[in-house]
Design a protein around this ligand. Structure first.
Ligand code: GTP
Ligand code: MG
Length: 511
């Protein structure tokens, strides 16, 4: 299809490949998960982790506790060509999707109140020793964090407020915490469930299935990769690790036993660059394999109002949640671009944190609101989105970026209108494709007598979302902290290439 003069904006995209042979880890953390974590919340998190390992063959190990999970890719993975933002966003998005879908199984009596949001980062371990140090570090944090939580929430249960309880245990060592539990609450720490004390390790092992029996009754077995969840005491020990044949094969062996890690050492593995200050940030998300997703869920062709309105509703939710930062959004098909203010300091402009938080919240909203738009059609499997962040240095270029996306919308929509008209006139899909190859779409539209301008404007222009400007008088009356003073969020289907809209709304891209 034709290129537009706006395509040059692609050159602002930067590479964020994690170079081989570093081992790629994705760490995700729930934003404000209800505390204390119940055992059921941990089981739900484990269930999501198991699904991640089932879905993505290259993820060979996961370790989680409390409100966090780490996923470890095999050393040689080429998953999304090792691009950090893609790898992180897809795992975070899929995890969020499963979390919402499975919620009811673990909390049948308790409705999920609001879309959960996970954010994360990529960690690049330069060697198997570095991975071992990372795992030891996380499991130590699990031990210590859990002892603190067990004390903290018991103190709160017994009438202290959270601050007082925090103050009381500040500076407590392991033994002090154990003593407090025993003396005050008659709890022997060691008797608490291992899921709390040790965390959960999800891994792939080799299992044997009996497929059939021979005539004389001997079983015929087949080897199969199985996913198991264990709560092992020392996941960074040689003894645990070197028994796992798949981990040995895909990640290498642990040569020595280690007992200590320095915080500076493990912190140095974090892979999260900051986005350039004073530039517009665009976070673009895109549905993963939505061609298949749209077929399986029988989306109307080429445009399905339910699907597009669901996407719009999730984008509105993003503008409402990130109301201080996201100033405009433009969406078409399975993609959405969110523009963050030039001066935004969201998560100190850390790229991966911004991408994962937005993609996660978008995905969980998508799953939670599915039924509002597809009342008759069940969600058959968890959808996921990928994301990336790109910086644009001037208002002129950010407008070119938006023009690029809207031109793309025009071209795709013209193409799809012709394609499905041809298919409706009994051409095969291949014939339709061939007849459109290199064709002038405008001419084809006339030839096929498509009344293009009569098509719903949402299909032709995509959807633009922004906040209505509120005048100063009203702003002073409102509570400064309230989103109200930033105006109602509006969804429109308008031309954003020409100057008219921007002249009428100078505040949106106001620097
Ligand atoms: P990746 O993004 O690379 O994972 O592939 P993808 O399959 O998601 O394709 P891409 O993002 O390039 O394009 C989006 C696809 O989603 C379209 O090609 C359509 O097949 C499908 N899609 C999105 N919106 C609609 C819709 O309203 N109706 C129908 N029928 N399909 C849609
Ligand atoms: Mg897609």
């Amino acid at each position: 299809m034709a290129n537009s003069k706006y395509e040059y904006v692609k050159c602002f995209e930067v590479e964020d490949e994690v170079m081989f042979p570093s081992i790629i880890l994705v760490w995700i953390n729930a934003y404000k998960l209800q505390k204390p974590c119940e055992a059921n919340t941990l089981r739900l998190m484990n269930c999501c982790a198991v699904e991640v390992l089932e879905e993505y063959a290259d993820v060979v190990l996961a370790y989680g506790f409390s409100d966090e999970y780490t996923f470890v890719f095999k050393k040689t993975t080429k998953f999304y060509k090792r691009r950090a933002s893609k790898v992180l966003s897809i795992i975070t998005s899929f995890f969020s999707s499963v979390f919402v879908r499975k919620w009811g199984e673990f909390f049948p009596q308790k409705e999920l109140q609001c879309p959960p949001s996970f954010h994360g980062r990529v960690i690049a371990c330069a060697s198997t020793e570095a991975l071992q140090a990372y795992l030891l570090w996380r499991q130590n944090i699990c031990h210590l964090g859990n002892q603190r939580e067990q004390c903290l929430w018991r103190l709160v249960e017994h009438g202290m407020n959270e601050m007082e309880a925090q103050d009381l245990i500040k500076g407590f060592e392991k033994s002090d915490l154990n003593n407090l539990l025993f003396d005050e609450f008659n709890v022997n720490y060691i008797s608490l469930e291992p899921i709390f004390r040790q965390g959960s390790c999800v891994l792939k092992t080799m299992g044997e299935d009996i497929v059939k029996y021979t005539d004389n009754g001997a079983p015929i077995k087949r080897h199969r990769r199985k996913i198991v969840t264990v709560h092992s005491k020392k996941i960074a020990s040689r003894r645990f690790w070197n028994e796992q044949t798949i981990l040995l094969k895909e990640l290498g062996d642990f040569v020595e036993e280690i007992n200590n890690v320095s915080l500076e050492y493990v912190r140095s593995f974090e892979f999260d660059s900051k986005l350039m200050p004073s530039t517009w940030i665009v976070v673009r998300i895109d549905g993963c394999h939505f061609h298949r997703f749209s077929e399986i869920h029988e989306f109307a062709k080429p445009n399905d109002d339910r699907a597009l309105n669901l996407m719009n509703s999730c984008a509105v939710a993003i503008l409402e949640k990130f109301w201080e930062d996201v100033v405009f959004a433009y969406g078409v098909s399975d993609e959405y671009s969110f523009i963050l203010n030039k001066n935004s300091n969201l998560y100190q402009r850390r790229a991966n944190k911004i991408i994962s938080a937005i993609v996660s919240y978008f995905t969980s909203t998508y799953v939670m609101r599915w039924k509002d738009f597809f009342a008759q059609s069940e969600l058959k499997y968890p959808p996921s989105f990928d994301g990336r962040a790109v910086c644009y240095p001037s208002t002129e270029i950010i407008r070119d970026y938006l023009s690029w996306r809207q031109v793309d919308c025009h071209i795709n929509n013209q193409y799809n209108s012709c394609f499905w008209k041809l298919v409706a006139s009994r051409k095969s899909k291949r014939e339709a494709q061939n007849s459109l190859k290199g064709a002038q779409l405008q001419k084809k539209i006339e030839e096929l007598a498509i009344d293009y301008n009569k098509l719903p404007i949402m299909y032709r222009q995509g959807s633009s979302i922004y906040r209505e400007k509120v005048d100063n008088v009203l702003m002073h009356q409102e509570n400064e902290e309230s989103t109200e003073c930033y105006g109602k969020v509006i969804v429109e289907h308008i031309d954003i290439i020409g100057p008219t809209f921007w002249l009428e709304h100078p505040n949106i891209l106001d620097e």
